[in-house]
Design a protein around this ligand. Structure first.
Ligand SMILES: Cc1cc2nc3c(=O)[nH]c(=O)nc-3n(C[C@H](O)[C@H](O)[C@H](O)COP(=O)(O)OP(=O)(O)OC[C@H]3O[C@@H](n4cnc5c(N)ncnc54)[C@H](O)[C@@H]3O)c2cc1C
Length: 307
């Protein structure tokens, strides 16, 4: 402890994180706090910095794997005003903690196009910017006008060109939290946007499993020429990984790139399964799959790292 800055209000200790993730595995955060304003986020980040604590931020936990041993730092979750969605003509300002499917549904009510792809992405606006989420040809980077990013020193407003966006990548780092974002949308009719949402939901339902505990795509689609255009899911399937299990975790029988916590899996089960899937694809095709899912805490890096 290098400072006498007192512990901010609302900080809890040993907070279980599994239920804040969609795969439902992993341990507790040493410290945990919810933040409903930019000033609260900055206060928490500055406190963590003063005390040498690592920081994690959790959105909907839909692309997140928490270590079984938990996270030895401060985990922040946005709530209150930072989950609000406010429309102004063809623009919408969203809290970083607002949920993308809800934002997409609201754009349908007011007849604004551009964020329809978010209907199938069960994450928050902040998590989606961090991951440059995309689906069916739509992506965050294409509609983002600005985002506010909090750090221990304050809040900065950045344009899309400042995030170094590429496939499932941005330059947002550990002590930076997206607290609000503004999107520019295209005026249409409510019926048009609702129809597009319905089509996208149907396409998704046909292609992916629903009602399972998962973090969506495990691996990024490779750019390696040897993949010959195949997705990570297609390569895993061709390597015989569909339905393959380790402990309580398996690759979904419906979509091989989705890990399914079907029987009280631990994070160690999930990590071992991911390593086994990657090994099979390497042996079969010589391709090294890169994980998309993000990790909070210490996991077995010897299994995780690309060889
Ligand atoms: C069934 C299913 C389907 C999916 N389909 C898609 C899809 O079609 N396309 C797609 O791109 N993804 C998809 N995903 C993955 C996931 O929903 C996205 O990556 C989403 O953007 C993650 O948002 P989140 O709020 O859940 O982030 P989390 O999983 O909570 O966190 C992911 C990363 O973002 C960071 N983060 C979270 N919030 C913030 C913030 N406010 N500021 C800074 N960093 C933050 C976290 O620290 C972590 O590093 C799917 C997941 C599931 C479970």
């Amino acid at each position: 402890m290098t400072s006498d800055r007192s512990t901010p209000g609302g900080v809890e200790r040993e907070f279980p994180l599994a239920r804040l993730t969609t795969v439902r595995t992993g341990g507790s955060a040493k410290f945990f706090a919810r933040a409903g304003s930019n000033s609260k986020v900055v206060e928490l980040l500055a406190w963590a910095q003063d005390h040498g604590l690592e920081v994690g931020v959790i959105g909907s936990g839909s692309n997140l794997l928490v270590a079984d041993s938990g996270f030895d730092g401060l985990v922040i979750k946005l709530d209150g005003h930072l989950t609000e969605v406010v429309f102004d003509d063809a623009e919408v300002i969203c809290g970083g903690g607002s949920r993308l499917p809800r934002v997409a549904a609201r754009t349908a009510e007011v007849g604004l196009g551009g964020l329809e792809f978010g209907v199938n992405i069960p994450g928050t606006v902040g998590g989606a910017i961090r991951m440059n989420a995309n689906a069916y040809g739509g992506e965050l980077a294409a509609v983002l006008e600005w985002a506010e990013v909090a750090s221990p020193d304050g809040v900065e407003r950045r344009g899309p060109e400042d995030f170094d966006f590429s496939y499932r990548h941005s330059n947002i780092s550990g002590r930076q939290i997206v607290t609000r974002a503004k999107f520019s949308l295209t005026p249409g009719t409510s019926e048009q946007v609702k129809q597009k949402l319905a089509d996208l939901r149907e396409r998704r339902h046909a292609a992916q499993p629903s009602g399972i505990k998962t973090f969506g795509s495990t691996f990024k689609n490779p750019s390696d020429d040897r993949a010959e255009g195949r997705t990570a899911g297609q390569l895993l399937e061709a390597a015989g990984c569909k339905g393959m299990a380790v402990g309580g975790a398996r690759f979904s029988p419906k979509h091989a790139n989705f890990v399914d916590n079907f029987d009280d899996a631990s994070t160690a089960d999930v990590v071992a399964l991911i390593a086994a899937g990657r090994k099979r694809v390497r042996e079969e095709f010589g391709i090294e799959l890169e994980t998309e899912v993000q990790v909070l805490g210490d996991i077995d890096r010897s299994l995780w790292q690309v060889k």
